[in-house]
Design a protein around this ligand. Sequence first.
Ligand SMILES: Nc1ncnc2c1ncn2[C@@H]1O[C@H](COP(=O)(O)OP(=O)(O)OP(=O)(O)O)[C@@H](O)[C@H]1O
Ligand SMILES: [Mg+2]
Length: 276
Amino acid sequence: MSAQHALRVESAGVPSTPPVGGVGKRPHVTVRALSKTFGKTVIYDNFDLDIPRGELISVFGPNGCGKSTLINMIAGLIPVDKGQILFDGMLLSEIKFGYVFQNYREALFPWMRAFDNIAYPLKLMKVPPAERRARTEALVARLGIKLDLNLFPYQMSGGQQQLVSIMRSLVVEPEILFLDEPFSALDYEMTLFMREQLQRLFMDTGMTMVLVSHDLEEAVYLADRVLLLSRHPARVADFTPVTAARPRTTVTLSEPDFVSTKAHCLDVFQREVRRA
Ligand SMILES: Nc1ncnc2c1ncn2[C@@H]1O[C@H](COP(=O)(O)OP(=O)(O)OP(=O)(O)O)[C@@H](O)[C@H]1O
Ligand SMILES: [Mg+2]
């Protein structure tokens, strides 16, 4: 950590000791003393978390435990009641991040062609039109995605629309990407395809990614670590490392290490469900 970072972190009052569930690596995101209540339900109470830089973190836990609420608070989409969330000591407003919504049908602008949907965040940032075009074309070329970008959302399949919304989240070159069950509305074939696209993107960029998934196999398959949450108030039940080499393939799914990591996560999950 640079002296400047240390200063920023200290001045922001973040303790230097890692929280329970901390991973001992330089954190990208530090969540401290986070509390959130909806009505009478306490979703988070004094919750601490370190998200390491450059890792893909899958968030897994029982329905309604607070997975979406967590990433929505980290991404600033909903306010926290109490607590502090910093990105390398900085505030969210000082960094570039991307967010991929679960429901791609509502996420894209129906009156805009794919290209303009992808370029839209640059327009918001007042990037001149020629540069917008160049940056969008460069992104599409880099990802090697074959898609007619003149199509409107209604002319695209669900998977193609979700690809467009992922590209839109990437056009600003974010340092961190949040994805809330991004494949849940896709059919199985498209889900498998999109998993590979995401894995490739992660390997190419080394970007920090936080992925909410309700599919344990997918959560383990994609992750460097699986964040297992318990039910109200949510606690870190485990932060399980996944050591399988990348790129992971269908062969990975039957490797002993992968199978035992998945079994461990299932164990923790079932224990937490029983406890609730
Ligand atoms: N805006 C809201 N108003 C009131 N309660 C809410 C609101 N958003 C979420 N909740 C409640 O907070 C809890 C956590 O919700 P959240 O959506 O974060 O869960 P989740 O883990 O993402 O669940 P799922 O697996 O179903 O997506 C749930 O009990 C939910 O009903
Ligand atoms: Mg959710």
